[in-house]
Design a binder for this molecule. Sequence first.
Ligand SMILES: Cc1ncc(COP(=O)(O)O)c(C=O)c1O
Length: 386
Amino acid sequence: MKFNKNLKRIELQTIRSFNNSLFHDNSTIDCSIGDPPYDTNPLIKQEAVESILGSDSHYCDARGFRDLREKIHNQNPMYLPEEILITAGASEALASTLMALIEPNDVVILVKPIFPLYITLLQLLGAKIIELETLDTAWQIQPENLMSYVGNQIKAIIINTPNNPTGIIYNQQSIDAITEFVQANDCWCIVDEVYKDYSFRPFISLTRSAKISHRLITIRSFSKSYFMCGYRLGYIMAKNNIINEILKVHQSVMTSLPLFIQKAGFKALDLSTSIQKEKIKRKRTLVYEELIKSNVEVVLSDGGFYLFFKIKGITDNSRFFCEKCAEHAKVIMTPGYFFHQEGFVRISVLAEEAVLKEAMRRIKKYLKEIWNTEQSENQEENAGDK
Ligand SMILES: Cc1ncc(COP(=O)(O)O)c(C=O)c1O
């Protein structure tokens, strides 16, 4: 008996399994993490516990807990409670959205570097992917580059801002280019804003682009904002006719979400994320400055948990680089390979400050050693050529 042939295109090795394989011993420092290593606020936990003890153990509205949707609406008045769908994290939100919109052979634009889940989901659906380069424009979208795809029967574009892995927040020029492109192509625009609460400069949300609101699907999550990765809670905002179609997929897959998780999310929305944002911003700056001191090329991130730095010139093989770094320096980072951007490595800034400082000391030493070896090897090769 055969499996779904689209599964052949999907690699079993994920970022998590690759990184786990790099752990050598307890002295290894993990700078690959995207799941904040901090405790969920006790008020959020308390809300979940009380809900469980109060026997919230039944199915609920497939759209999600009404009070939670109303609170999200109050914070985002452009979407009514009926235009909000509560999901099992951004992951399910993306899956349900893409299942509702994408058919086999549909063409979807993904902006490089690419969050791997987008690729996996589109491969499962048998879609065709166009990868949009941003390397030469400091990860921002180059309008002419994007506009060159107008007329190519594009079904959708997926945007992630603040971006994983680069930390870029798309600037006004990029946002204008996306808006113009979506209008010209009349295609769907799926926006993943899971790092929105970690914006270190003013965040420009596509939800403000009224011209494309009838084509826009915005996805958010509680995972990063409230240290609730394991709760699996997120939501989608889109015009009613779009949400109703996505709801058909969501209710078929999930029936409904646990009410105690949604009540925890309801509580979370009352809490401020600004202190944790400031802490992460400080650590981002620390790591950035250390990378610069090591002569590494890196674009300063505008938000999120990561910096994405260049290893081109040392090696293009980011998996090899990360394997060797884990072995020699005992620091784990994520290869650009997984984001379809070879020659780059993603470093997470979530570890405690003292641990990060030690990680940077080790990485600097590792880079120096590798560079020195590379340079002396090059010199030997050059001498041999003469
Ligand atoms: C860009 C991006 N989108 C979506 C997700 C999935 O988030 P969730 O935990 O809400 O499923 C992640 C998780 O790392 C992410 O980085």
